[in-house]
Design a protein around this ligand. Structure first.
Ligand code: SF4
Length: 310
């Protein structure tokens, strides 16, 4: 990684395009406050260089959106205690050779997995959704990978991640990222793949245990190896834990570029709040917006690096 020195602090003066992006995220007011402090700084180093800002208590840059104090992020402690296994469920060892599987084999393996207790209560496994594969490897070819935490009730029923209100917000966030052809926003079927760390729903949407996360992680690791995304957006506590290894709160980790912890493939990881959290904590949409700006800037720098290397 090389270090760069340019100042990449955000300018919160908005042009028409940025206003439309905010509108797509559901943020209706966007008036700069003269006294507002800078938003979280983009990594002032090279795109993959992690730069700590540790400045998660900055003033809300959006005037008129909400004058109340931003909600404190509520994060339940991660349980390291094994979850009791229903007596009637027989587990089967997680299949071997995941690191060699192709996309279709991986998908079918997940659909039959009984390696942890979450298989007992699931209706469907939730492998992921995104751009259709275009070649005979049957692996989607995407630049963006969005990782959430675990399926909820609707996802479990439909077998697809990010459906319902949280899914709509994610779609709006993607639409606000004007990186497509002719400045079009991203969509879940174009240049993007969306998955969760956990492929099965924890009962009653409880937090997964560390053992369940660890048991399911090889599937996500193989998805990443096959997809080879240019950039990863980690949404929520467990996605961040799985991708970066950090157990710190989202608010402490956001605002900088992280590096994927998996040894076999490297990609920048931008962390942000889970859309379900944003639905409950509307003022933090502005922080998510700043995170998307960081992600887009990082992606553009990667693209610029790619083109200059040709
Ligand atoms: S959560 Fe993952 S490890 Fe557990 S049963 Fe589902 S696919 Fe298998």
């Amino acid at each position: 990684m090389t270090e760069a020195t340019q100042d990449t602090s955000f300018d919160y003066t908005l042009d028409e395009r940025q206003r439309s992006m905010l509108d797509a995220m559901g943020i209706k007011m966007w008036l700069p406050e003269p006294e507002a402090e800078a938003a979280p700084q983009v990594a002032a180093q090279a795109p993959l260089q992690a730069v700590s800002t540790e400045n998660s208590e900055q003033k809300q840059p959006i005037a008129g959106m909400n004058t109340a104090q931003p909600a404190i992020e509520k994060i339940a402690p991660i349980s390291s205690t094994a979850v009791p296994m229903p007596a009637s469920i027989a587990l089967a060892p997680r299949p071997s050779g995941i690191e060699q599987m192709d996309w279709p084999t991986l998908q079918s393996t997940v659909s039959g997995c009984q390696a942890c207790s979450l298989c007992a209560s699931r209706k469907n496994t939730v492998f992921g959704v995104g751009q259709a594969p275009a070649d005979n490897t049957q692996t989607p070819q995407v630049d963006w990978l969005i990782i959430g935490e675990a399926p909820g009730e609707n996802e479990d029923i439909q077998g697809e991640p990010f459906v319902g209100q949280a899914g709509k917000l994610l779609d709006n966030m993607l639409a606000a990222m004007k990186l497509g052809i002719n400045g079009a926003g991203l969509t879940r079927s174009q240049g993007v793949y969306i998955a969760n760390v956990l492929k099965c729903r924890p009962p009653a949407n409880r937090n997964p245990s560390l053992e369940e996360v660890a048991m399911c992680e090889p599937y996500l690791a193989r998805q990443i190896e096959l997809l080879r995304p240019k950039i990863i957006l980690a949404m929520g506590k467990f996605a961040i834990l799985s991708l970066t290894g950090s157990n710190d709160p989202v608010g402490k980790l956001r605002g900088r570029v992280h590096t994927l912890k998996h040894a076999s493939y490297q990609a920048p990881v931008i962390v942000t709040y889970h859309p379900a959290y944003l639905l409950r904590n509307l003022p933090d949409k502005a922080k998510a917006w700043a995170d998307l700006l960081l992600a887009m800037q990082t992606y553009r720098e990667l693209q610029a690096g790619d083109s200059s290397a040709v």
